[in-house]
Design a protein around this ligand. Structure first.
Ligand code: 5AD
Ligand code: FES
Length: 350
């Protein structure tokens, strides 16, 4: 067994693809020793590609209306306790203005799947941002849409798209989502986005309900073959007003191990230390960066809506002004020897 682990980690460190059962073995051997070893290698390859730079993305949570009913998510349509809001185009542009002054060169428009934001409206918002901030990247994170819609938004000026697969296992997918949502369509969307030319981010929650080690290995196999530009992973955190309110949270340790594995699978990956990682542990994001992550996504949403975008309980950064989050991020990164840079931070392999 020991030898087996050494062989597997050697393969990973040498950039060789792993087999499904090898990922399972690694994930089942999650000791402090293994985490430290892989974090060290991950940090080494990250420094070769990105030095000690950390890219920041300004997250604008512009609507918490959602037509979907994912069982894990706090803004699912059946959560009648959620107070719904939509930002106007002017609100969004003023977040961008504030963000640009603070040094952001990527804006991430994230929201629930809100039919109000149809293609005409999104096109108008995107092209206004594109015109006002030609030096910035625009990332969308607005769920499943048609090929034609993705194409229109790309032509309007969007550069990147985040759509987590949530799980690369069809059966697991149906335990997390109601029948109206399908794994096939999720995969179709990811393929469409790539075909159109977006820099694409996928990802999954660590420790989501009913997730097995086998399922995580499915995600890692998927990522190995899909070759996304970005991967967002963070621990699952329960939300009190969802059907999964009694489920356990994902762990810091599993998330850190997987971050290191992802960095070694793809040394040039853009890999955020997520807000959920910072929520389950006060220095979760710092530990994520040290394990191989190279992106942080501070919140740029207006303070008066932040508490309404509650995907999970106790989410951090919901009381702070954007400038406070930026200062806090800079200080946190400096404290571990990394440097937040003012840069679009495009994927090195586009
Ligand atoms: N815990 C952690 N992450 C969550 N997300 C949604 N609900 C939760 C939760 N309860 C993640 C999903 C989604 C991203 C925007 O947030 O993976 O894709
Ligand atoms: Fe938001 Fe620290 S990053 S308060």
């Amino acid at each position: 067994m020991l030898n087996n682990i050494t062989e597997i980690t050697d393969k990973l460190k040498h950039g060789q693809n792993l087999e499904h059962n090898e990922f399972v073995t690694l994930l089942n051997s999650n000791t402090a020793k293994l985490r430290n070893e892989l974090a060290q290698s991950a940090d080494h390859v990250r420094r070769l590609n990105f030095s000690n730079k950390v890219y920041i993305r300004g997250l604008i949570e512009f609507t918490n209306y959602c037509k979907n009913d994912c069982y894990y998510c706090g803004i699912r349509k059946s959560n009648s306790y959620a107070t719904r809001y939509r930002l106007t185009k002017e609100d969004i542009l003023s977040c961008c203005e504030n963000g640009h002054e603070l040094g952001f060169r990527t804006f991430v428009l994230q929201g629930g799947e809100d039919p109000y934001f149809n293609d005409d409206i999104m096109e108008d918002i995107i092209s206004s941002i594109r015109k006002t901030y030609p030096d910035c990247a625009i990332t969308l994170s607005i769920g499943e849409r048609s090929y034609e819609s993705y194409e229109r938004l790309y032509k309007a000026g969007a550069d990147r798209y985040l759509l987590r697969e949530e799980t690369a296992n069809n059966n697991h997918y149906s335990t997390l989502h109601p029948d109206e949502m399908s794994f096939e369509n999720r995969m179709k969307c990811l393929n469409d986005l790539k075909a159109i030319g977006y820099q694409v981010g996928c990802g999954f929650m660590v420790g989501s309900p009913y997730q097995t080690t086998d399922n995580i290995a499915d995600d890692l196999m998927f990522i190995q073959s899909f070759r996304p530009h970005m991967v967002g992973i963070g621990p699952y955190i329960t939300h009190q007003d969802t059907p999964f309110s009694d489920n356990n949270n994902g762990t810091l340790e599993d998330t850190l191990l997987i971050i290191s594995i992802l960095r070694l699978i793809e040394p040039k990956l853009l890999l955020p230390a997520t807000t959920s990682l910072g929520t389950i542990n006060p220095i979760g994001r710092e530990l994520g960066i040290k394990a191989g992550a190279n992106v942080i996504m501070p919140n740029l949403s207006p303070v008066n809506v932040r508490k309404k975008y509650m995907l999970y309980d106790n989410k951090i950064c919901t009381g702070e002004e954007s400038a406070e989050c930026v200062n806090c991020t800079n200080t946190r990164m400096a404290s571990i020897g990394y440097e937040v840079v003012t840069d679009r931070g495009d994927s090195p392999f586009i």
